[in-house]
Design a protein around this ligand. Structure first.
Ligand SMILES: [Zn+2]
Length: 117
């Protein structure tokens, strides 16, 4: 992972939490909420947990945010909150979105839902 990316990467400040990950590919519209999740995780980790904590994957699957990690229940609760937020956030632009009836298995705002067809 490079520090010289051309676009602003909301996840850049949290690379230390993602150092063991083999797949960090959240949809662009979800990157800000993933960044907020990582900030909350960082705050929730006890000092003795930090060295061992690993996230292996951050991605979208079946219109849900999936974060695979070796943390405990407190971390999982934060992931659940972020997933709940993701379910109302357009994957493309980050504006309010929803699973469109009859649409793609994705969370999209009305505008991006139209463009999918
Ligand atoms: Zn959108």
């Amino acid at each position: 992972m490079s520090d010289n990316q051309n676009r602003d990467d909301p996840l850049a400040p949290y690379q230390h939490l993602l150092r063991g990950a083999f797949d960090v590919s959240p949809p662009t519209g979800w990157e800000p909420l993933v960044a907020r999740l990582l900030a909350r995780i960082e705050a929730a980790l006890a000092p003795e947990e930090r060295a061992e904590f690993r996230i292996s994957q951050v991605k979208e699957k079946f219109a849900q945010l999936r974060v695979y990690h070796n943390g405990g229940e407190a971390i999982e609760a934060l992931v659940d909150e972020a997933d709940a937020e993701a379910r109302r956030t357009c994957q493309v632009c980050g504006q309010p979105g929803r699973r469109q009836p009859g649409g793609w298995l994705a969370i999209l705002c009305d505008e991006h839902n139209k463009r999918q067809f």
